[in-house]
Design a protein around this ligand. Structure first.
Ligand SMILES: Cc1cc2nc3c(=O)[nH]c(=O)nc-3n(C[C@H](O)[C@H](O)[C@H](O)COP(=O)(O)OP(=O)(O)OC[C@H]3O[C@@H](n4cnc5c(N)ncnc54)[C@H](O)[C@@H]3O)c2cc1C
Length: 392
């Protein structure tokens, strides 16, 4: 019998397992396949170092800046060197296994090649998780259950807390790790907003490798084919200056959906159960950033679980503190602000976003406001939006 059984060892599940195990509780961390590379751009903000200081010792190229492009290639380049810590771009295969190892090192028991598919129920109560393995079915009993198995979680739906994602609640992305000579600035990431509701990116990984991809937000999923958008982007003549060669080696490529409407705040907890990470919508609605929010949610759920176990009360009355954790409240608030802005920026085929970057090119004060909004989550003034709307 475990104190906590966690389904899914991505950023949310691994952080949750680590913190609970560190507090001395018995944790089972269940993973479908540790050889799976989560489809992802892999850009991680420097805020991750607070949760994983160990990452500083790894050989990641420090990222000190970002260039944002509008659909018609107005651009804003920003460097945070000397202002804040550097960010990193990670390959999710090694990154996920690294943070799993951190959880195991603190005492969590890791069960790989286990596909969670249902709850074990006794007297109408959930008392654990059933998994499928190559040799049959396994059962993991636990006082508390944490659902951390991502966007496609079956257990989140079976919990009764939320329904299947509606097509209007998800975005779709396709990305690849490519390798070859290039003239990318290795310390800078690029985001290309598009005339459709979505964006593309190039995130350098090292001297030769980079993550490249694109995604659509809700409404456009049915209007555009993601494979078409991806091949159009990688052949974009504007990118020729970065990629002089004709052939780049594809190390890996994949497409995957992503939650796009912010945190499902009414679906986060139940008696003896919490949902964390993508499974609960912890992804930023404009940038698609989900690694850091998922880690934060895993951490908050872990703190809540420890408190519940200490007090021997695992009812929803105790678990509600997960939702009221200040960091979770901050994420929910921030994502709501971004959701309300997303329509504005993509209106008129990306015209407002283009106006915004053109205004930033001309006026330093306005440029600061754009940076504060994109990178430091500050809510812009009404005047800011009015300027963008009436510019052209
Ligand atoms: C195309 C794309 C690009 C993205 N780019 C970025 C980016 O650049 N930066 C960023 O911060 N975020 C990005 N995101 C979002 C980010 O990938 C997610 O928000 C983040 O991975 C969520 O972490 P998680 O732990 O909740 O879920 P996941 O990372 O999905 O982890 C879930 C884990 O559960 C396992 N699992 C699944 N089902 C089962 C099961 N039945 N039983 C057991 N285990 C199971 C999986 O194998 C996986 O290891 C991107 C997403 C997409 C789709």
């Amino acid at each position: 019998m475990y104190d906590v059984v966690i389904s899914g060892a991505g950023p949310a599940g691994s952080k949750c397992a680590e913190i609970i195990a560190k507090a001395g509780y018995k944790v089972a961390l269940i993973e479908r396949d540790s050889n799976w590379r989560k489809p992802c751009g892999g850009a991680v903000s420097s805020r991750i170092f607070k949760y994983y200081p160990q990452l500083r010792k790894l050989d990641y190229t420090p990222i000190f800046g970002m260039t944002i492009y509008s659909a018609d290639y107005h651009q804003l380049r920003y460097s945070w060197k000397n202002i804040r810590d550097y960010s990193i771009n990670v390959d999710r295969l090694s990154f996920d296994n690294f943070i799993r190892d951190v959880a195991v090192d603190t005492g969590a028991e890791f069960f790989d090649k286990n596909i969670s598919f249902d709850y074990i129920r006794k007297n109408n109560k959930r008392v654990g998780i059933k998994t499928k393995t190559s040799s049959g079915t396994e059962e993991y009993y636990g006082k508390l259950i944490v659902i951390a198995d991502g966007m496609s979680s079956k257990l989140a739906i079976k919990s009764g807390l939320r329904e299947k994602w509606n097509i209007n609640e998800i975005g779709v992305g396709k990305c690849a790790i490519l390798e070859g000579e290039n003239s990318l600035d290795k310390e800078n990431m690029s985001m290309f907003f598009k005339p459709y509701k979505g964006y593309a990116w190039i995130f350098p990984l090292d001297d030769k490798r980079f993550n490249i991809g694109c995604g659509t937000w809700p409404e456009e999923n049915l209007n555009y084919n993601i494979n078409y958008l991806y091949s159009k982007f990688i052949k974009d003549p504007f990118l020729k200056k970065f990629f002089p060669q004709t052939n780049y080696k594809t190390i890996w490529e994949a497409a995957y959906p992503v939650p796009a409407v912010g945190v499902k705040e009414n679906c986060l907890y139940e008696d003896n159960l919490m949902i964390v990470g993508d499974a609960a919508g912890f992804v930023s609605p404009i940038s698609g950033e989900g690694i850091h929010p998922s880690v934060v949610s895993g951490n908050a759920a872990a703190e809540t679980a420890i408190n519940a176990l200490e007090n021997e009360n695992i009812s929803k009355e105790t678990l509600k503190y997960y939702k009221f954790n200040p960091n979770i409240k901050k994420i929910i608030r921030n994502f709501k602000m971004k959701t309300s802005m997303i329509n504005f920026f993509f209106e008129n085929g990306g015209k407002f976003l283009s106006n915004m970057l053109e205004l930033a090119e001309k006026n330093d004060n306005f440029r600061d406001q754009v940076i504060n909004m994109f990178l430091f989550n500050q809510i812009p003034s009404k005047d800011y939006f009015l300027k963008i709307k009436t510019y052209k």
